[in-house]
Ligand binder design. Structure first.
Ligand SMILES: [Zn+2]
Length: 358
């Protein structure tokens, strides 16, 4: 199946009470992990590429990987989406690179400027054959994602940053966007909240009233699951069972936890937003990073522990090998991506929905 835009995916997702997972891709192992998961769960997928990923990997390499995914998995509907395009030119470049969907994020500009940018991208993208979908953003999220930085007082004064339902209707009509990323209490990155967040379901409801049929998108929707944070905290220190090492960190004023106070959006709230509301695209980036990194740290920590044990036992015989072969840690990392994506597809209700969207 050739790449698809997001039109049919979103129609089916709104009707069926599920959401499409939009997973950020940066390299081969991440794309492979995502594709293995969506294939085994029979789910449609949006592969999204940020401006940073375009620069990091070189879009030609990513394109070749995506073309390979399309050929390898002919039964899976795949859309390729530009995540947080910040200029009209970048969106146009993405369209000419073959993306089937683009986001123009004018949320940090004035309302009028946001409309102007989005309208320009929509006019260009909609005139393509085949049609390219356009996502816009209105309202502001907290947290940090690449060069998108949220307000400092986001959590304390969240109401003032949420998407205004009347403005959303005016924006949709004027800009002709196909879907809208709304601020409904989510936040970018792994350090989203100080206390457990509650999504603003009443605000989503109001937006659905003023914008009937408009597909809504949730950014900043990783859950930062505690078991993976614990893994990072456990394995990021060479041997955290060594009290003197922890004491040395403490003495230097450093919390030996690598990821203290990280908190995301609870998965049951995300499921509720997908099942009961018009949320039909959910962006997941942080959780993939977390699963992947925890896995690599675990491989290395286990290697180190083997060496420690060998030394403690007198260091006789051959020293246990350290896995500096990238395949030895990127292989498990790819599997960790697959497991995380599969978990998310169930949270979003997207498992088993590939046939419906093709
Ligand atoms: Zn985002």
């Amino acid at each position: 199946m050739p790449l698809v835009n997001t039109k049919k995916m979103f129609e089916k997702a709104i009707d069926g009470g599920f959401a499409i997972g939009a997973f950020n891709v940066n390299n081969m192992e991440i794309i492979q992990g995502i594709m293995e998961a969506v294939a085994s769960e029979k789910a449609p997928v949006i592969l999204q590429i940020s401006k940073g990923a375009r620069e990091y990997a070189n879009i030609r390499y990513l394109k070749a990987l995506i073309d390979t995914a399309v050929a390898e998995y002919p039964d899976i509907p795949i859309a390729v989406h530009c995540d947080h395009g910040d200029t009209v030119d970048l969106c146009k470049e993405c369209v000419s690179d073959g993306y089937t969907s683009v986001m123009i994020d004018g949320s940090h500009h004035s309302f009028d400027e946001n409309v102007r940018l989005t309208k320009a991208v929509a006019e260009f993208s909609h005139a393509q054959d085949p049609y390219v979908s356009v996502e816009a953003e209105l309202g502001q999220l907290g947290g940090i994602e690449e060069d998108v930085v949220g307000a400092d007082d986001y959590e304390e004064n969240i109401e003032k940053y949420l998407t205004d339902p009347e403005q959303a209707a005016e924006f949709w009509k004027a800009s002709k966007c196909d879907s809208l990323a709304v601020a409904i209490g989510t936040s970018h990155g792994a350090f989203k909240f100080k206390k457990e967040p509650k999504l603003a379901f009443n605000r989503i409801e109001q937006i659905m009233k003023t914008c009937p049929g408009l597909p809504l998108v949730m950014h900043g929707s990783s859950s930062v699951p505690k078991e993976f944070v614990d893994k990072v905290n456990t394995f990021a220190v060479i041997d955290n069972s060594k009290p003197e090492l922890i004491a040395a960190f403490a003495k230097a004023g450093v919390n030996w936890e690598q990821m203290p106070k990280s908190m995301g959006v609870p998965e049951d709230q995300i499921s509720k937003a997908c099942q009961q509301y018009a949320v039909c695209k959910v962006n997941i980036d942080t959780d993939i990073r977390l699963g992947l990194t925890a896995s690599i740290l675990e491989v290395w920590a286990n290697d180190n522990i083997k060496v420690f044990e060998w030394l403690k036992a007198g260091g006789k015989g051959t020293q246990p090998a350290f896995n500096f072969d990238p395949r030895k840690y990127l292989g498990p990392a790819r599997k960790a991506v697959k497991e995380m994506v599969a978990r998310k597809l169930h949270v979003l209700g997207a498992a088993g929905k590939a046939g419906l969207c093709s």
